[in-house]
Design a protein around this ligand. Structure first.
Ligand code: ADP
Length: 645
């Protein structure tokens, strides 16, 4: 047999272990849920691989056994799942294979007492064992391999790995529990209430399994001791004889496939606990969608809309949340074909009697049943959201604040449900500083003569509220939508119209507010020479200079083409190193502003007045600043202002 090899954990794992051991105080019992979940996943994986390697199937079905030894103060979780070989052990347990653990570190770095449930969510579940154990041993044998492997660590920065003895495939994880034994406590004077629960006690284990792992679809068993009447040779109780101690195996969980039961029989608590187990979440879901389809295609779906977004929802390696089962047999996690990207926040599962167990990631795309199920899931989720929006605005706002940006991706990919997506939109507007509005609410408030739905895009409400682009609209009492999410700039192009009314940017193109606002034709004549001068002076910066119909109090503003991109988005894209062509804007001049008139006068009096060029630069500078467009030469601008002051 080989010598144990000592290996260092990756730095990040060391940090995680450190946090787990020193910072997480409450709910230590969740370690058992994490280990049982891992065991259950391992059996799922083996059952799946057994579809192609028939002799690998777990003997007697998948089983998770909990073994305790009060004398040795140990607890083991034994599974007959897929097991791990040496390489897998090292990479799965010793290094950060996935981004989850890193994110975990980031997320809890600034919290003194992070909720331990975070551990599960961030997929560092196994390490939670070190909350209750000062040494952990893994003995494991991978399906299809002869040799077993033994891993051991005290959570102190290193682990050892060596060959082990294990007759069966699967994994045994043994925790050498921290809890001081009664005798030690008497000596140490430790207060009873400070002590950790005894995780070798049957009732304690039973309680934890019931609470967290009841739905695990494999039996979680334990040997229990019972006092029973003595039996005679024929199996009948012996009258008058003393009770005898009998040891027998008991299943602790109900194994109910919750989704297969009729919805009306399931309690809210049952759904919630199931969601927490399924999603590794610690909060309640916002909404539960449970239905079954019968007829040509039979399946059950149990979906949840979570209360908060996972940390990785915008990373490329993000997960989708739908698991696929076929007749209760787990087929795959993260089934992207069942739900479109823009609904990837939905968690849950689909179990179908009509899906072949052999369906693979490669063939699933062409699978007709999957396509059909997906259609129905999308409909159901969107209907649920619509209903939430109508009937429970508070909940919907919670949803919106967490997932709006994901949902809006639908505007780029979804044709069929575009109208529904539009109706799901919420935004702030110039009319109400407090509340979100929807498009239909906006439309219901439109004055009769208003033909278009006006919006502005920008970094924040505060940045938009004082925008010069709003002036004429405000004067007419037209409400303006504030789109403050960077994706809005693009999403709005897919929105196009709502209720036959086109969406119109208050900052782009011509703003035609109807005949009453038409400028007198002589005005254009009056300022034509000034405009010509400004166009020449500012030709590097702007495409055009023209008189404005949108300004009331400001002297100038910058305007884009209908197809142009808002300044804040331009900035964001540059920050992300995205190449975007330089955009020239249009400078609009307020014909009613005294400045315009004075400039024209100055120009008429002396075309060669050197101040004219400075004033032109100042005008442009002002407009650029309010628009959030970078100044061509900030130092020069500052000097100009200083000089004039
Ligand atoms: P997670 O379960 O969220 O992936 P863990 O830290 O709990 O994160 O486990 C890391 C990995 O170790 C798992 O993804 C799995 O590959 C492996 N693993 C853990 N427990 C077992 C087990 N009982 N049998 C087989 N593999 C396991």
């Amino acid at each position: 047999m080989s010598q144990p090899e000592k290996i260092e954990f990756q730095t990040e794992i060391r940090q995680i272990l450190d946090l787990v051991i020193h910072s997480l105080y409450t709910h230590k019992e969740i370690f058992l849920r994490e280990l049982i979940s891992n065991a259950s996943d391992a059996i799922d994986k083996l059952r799946f691989e057994a579809l192609t390697h028939h002799d690998w199937a777990p003997k007697g079905g998948g089983k998770i056994r909990i073994e305790t030894d009060a004398a040795a103060n140990t607890l083991s979780v034994v599974d007959n799942g897929i097991g791990m070989n040496r390489e897998e052990l090292i990479s799965n347990i010793g290094t950060i294979a996935r981004s989850g653990s890193k994110e975990f570190l980031k997320a809890i770095a600034d919290r003194q007492n992070a909720p331990p449930e975070l551990i599960g969510q961030f997929g560092v579940g196994f390490y939670s064992a070190f909350m209750v154990a000062d040494r952990v041993t893994i003995l494991t044998r991978r399906a299809g391999e002869e040799k077993a492997c033994k891993w051991e660590s005290a959570g102190d920065g290193t682990f050892t790995i060596e060959e082990g003895e294990k007759p069966e495939t699967g994994t045994t994880i043994t925790l050498h529990l921290k809890r001081s034994k009664i005798d030690d406590i008497v000596d140490s004077g430790e207060a009873e209430s400070d002590r950790e629960p005894d995780f070798t006690e049957e009732w304690k284990i039973r309680e934890i399994v019931r609470k967290y792992s009841d739905f695990i679809q494999y039996p979680v068993t334990m040997m229990v001791q019972r006092d029973e009447p003595a039996m005679d040779a024929e199996g009948k109780p012996v009258p008058g004889a003393a009770m005898v101690k009998v040891v027998k195996e008991e299943t602790l969980n109900s194994m109910k496939a919750l989704w297969a039961r009729p919805a009306k029989e399931i309690t809210k608590e049952e759904y919630q606990e199931f969601f927490k187990h399924l999603a590794h979440d610690w909060q309640e879901p916002l909404s539960t969608i449970h239905f079954s389809a019968e007829g040509l295609l039979e399946y059950q779906a149990l979906l949840f809309i979570p209360g908060h977004a996972p940390f990785d929802i915008f990373t490329p390696e993000r997960h989708h949340g739908i698991k696929l089962y076929a007749k209760r047999v787990f087929i795959m996690d993260d089934c992207k074909e069942l739900i479109p990207e823009y609904l990837r926040f939905v968690k849950g599962l689909v179990d179908s009697a009509d899906i072949s167990l052999n369906v693979s990631r490669e063939t699933i795309q062409q699978n007709r049943q999957i396509v059909q199920i997906r259609k129905r899931l999308v409909r159901k989720v969107l209907d649920t959201l619509s209903e939430m929006k109508e009937k429970n605005r508070e909940e919907y706002i919670k949803f919106w604040d967490e997932f709006a940006r994901v949902l809006k991706e639908g505007f780029f990919t979804e044709d069929e449900h575009l109208e529904t997506l539009k109706s799901l939109l919420l935004f702030e507007t110039s009319a109400d500083p407090e509340k979100y509005s929807s498009l239909s609410e906006y439309v219901s408030r439109m004055p009769a003569e208003q033909k278009e739905i006006y919006y502005l895009t920008g970094e924040s409400r505060a940045a938009l509220e004082n925008s010069p682009h709003l002036e004429a609209l405000k004067a007419k009492n037209y409400e303006v939508i504030f789109f403050t999410d960077p994706v809005d700039e693009f999403a709005v192009r897919s929105i196009g119209k709502f209720d036959e009314k086109p969406l119109k940017s208050a900052a782009k193109g011509d703003l035609d507010l109807g005949a009453t606002e038409e400028k007198k034709p002589e005005e254009s004549a009056k300022y034509s020479s000034l405009i010509e001068f400004l166009t020449g002076r500012l030709k590097e910066q702007v495409r055009e200079v023209r008189l404005s119909k949108r300004l009331k109090s400001s002297a100038v503003c910058l305007v884009m083409d209908e197809s142009g991109m808002a300044a804040h988005v331009e900035k964001l894209m540059r920050q992300n190193n995205q190449a975007i062509p330089a955009q020239k804007r249009i400078l609009e001049l307020n014909p009613e502003h005294p400045l315009t008139e004075k400039l024209q006068k100055m120009f008429d009096e002396n075309r060669g007045d050197p101040r004219l060029s400075d004033y032109a630069d100042l005008l442009y500078g002002q407009a650029a600043l309010t628009e959030g467009v970078p100044l061509p030469d900030p130092v020069k601008f500052a000097n100009l202002v200083a000089r004039i002051m």
